[in-house]
Design a protein around this ligand. Structure first.
Ligand code: MLT
Length: 392
């Protein structure tokens, strides 16, 4: 047996593991410190009650012989796929239930989809900075990565390159910068992908945070996307499902390369390597995507959005560059006094007992930047910003 030595190319610890480690080391050394976490985007508002109730009812069903269920369909129960289908229909987007699979969260599906690809000639395009999972899985697979610099100069939104590529990761609204494609800017990517035969892996985890009408909620709102894109959705940040684990993936019928249907390949992959998402969480997903569930999700998002001005006002007062917050739950800021990202992380932890996320963890172009999450209470966020204001 030979080992996958590509693992040597990874950081010692995944970004959020390293943050958790540094935070717990600090707490160990300073047990009296009251730490406020604005780091990993973990939610603080409880699960949408309509979804929690549905999961309780589903669990109850499993106690009784007449309603007990064993193995479910690997690709997801029809009721769950239909709930996703209806969610898209409300945005005016037609998706077949058969193009939707239900999984145990967006992270797994984004990582697992790479089973469908081997090394192409042209490489994998990854925006920088961006959610670190894309880079980590591409490194594990030994892919050749071409980074797309996202900077203040291009408003953190990458443009298609002049050269061809095989696979493209896009995340809009972007984690961490909050930069969000307009219909026109995303159309340019779809046209490019169709022209060069590349496939776009579209991370749609934050679409529900979009406030502006010129920004699409799905890549399938764009003409031509059905022949070049796969989309991933999540319930984590809307219904409070970070602990439940539930998400979905859409592979359109028209996505075909070398005579092979990617939907069929994905179904082969999932039915072979995955036994299907739990019945209980799929009932939770169904309820979270119901009219009542979405009302609750939007109220939850409203609660997080109240934190945005708490953060941005302090940054404005201090003359610190920032963006994000409008269409995303994250604020992206330049570290004060030219500090490096991890330096600022340690500084804030030490001086303000506040945890954020170092920008460089999202890529080289994130160096000297920092991310603050709005996923916390109004009180904690206000307190965190008062403490930060005193030390920057
Ligand atoms: C983040 O903080 O970037 C996300 O919460 C991480 C994730 O969704 O896995």
């Amino acid at each position: 047996m030979k080992l996958n030595t590509n693992y040597q190319k990874l950081e010692e610890n995944y970004l959020f593991t390293e943050i958790a480690k540094r935070t717990s080391d600090f707490i160990h050394a300073h047990p009296e410190a009251h730490i406020i976490k604005l780091g990993i985007g973990d939610v603080t508002v409880p699960i949408a009650s309509v979804a929690a109730d549905a999961m309780i009812r589903a669990t109850e069903e499993l106690k009784h012989p007449e309603t007990f269920r064993g193995y479910g369909p690997e690709l997801g129960y029809f009721f769950a796929r239909q709930a996703v289908q209806t969610y898209y229909a409300d945005y005016g987007i037609k998706i077949d239930a058969d193009e939707i699979t239900i999984g145990d969260g967006i992270g797994s599906d984004i990582a697992n989809i790479t089973d469908l690809f081997v090394h192409g000639d042209n490489g994998v395009l990854i925006p920088d900075p961006v959610y670190p999972l894309y880079k980590a899985t591409s490194l594990m697979d030994g892919q050749r990565i071409i980074y797309l610099p996202c900077t203040e100069q291009n408003n953190f939104l990458p443009e298609p390159p002049a050269v061809p590529s095989d696979l493209i990761y896009l995340c809009s609204p972007n984690n961490p910068t909050g930069a969000t494609f307009t219909f026109d800017r995303l159309q340019a990517w779809v046209d490019y992908a169709n022209r060069v035969g590349a496939i776009i892996l579209y991370d749609d985890a934050y679409e529900r945070f979009i406030e502006e009408d010129d920004k699409p909620h799905s890549i399938f709102a764009i003409d031509g996307a059905r022949t070049c894109a796969i989309e991933f959705g999540s319930l984590s940040k809307t219904a409070g499902f970070t602990c439940v684990r539930s998400g979905y993936t859409i592979v359109p019928n028209e996505l075909v390369r070398e005579g092979m249907s990617l939907k069929k390949m994905w179904h082969q992959r999932q039915t072979t390597k995955y036994n299907g998402a739990p019945y209980v969480t799929q009932r939770g997903l169904e309820a979270a995507l119901s009219a009542e569930g979405l009302l609750q999700a939007d109220m939850t998002i409203g609660i997080y959005k109240r934190n945005v001005p708490l953060i941005t006002q302090t940054l404005e007062e201090k003359g610190i560059f920032y963006c994000g917050g409008a269409n995303s739950p994250y604020i992206w800021l330049r570290c004060p006094d030219g500090m490096r990202s991890w330096q600022f992380f340690d500084y804030l932890l030490e001086k303000a007992h506040v945890v954020g996320t170092p920008g460089v963890g999202f890529g080289e172009y994130g160096e000297n930047y920092f991310r603050l999450s709005t996923f916390n209470t109004f009180e904690n966020t206000g307190e965190a910003m008062q403490r930060i204001a005193k030390v920057i």
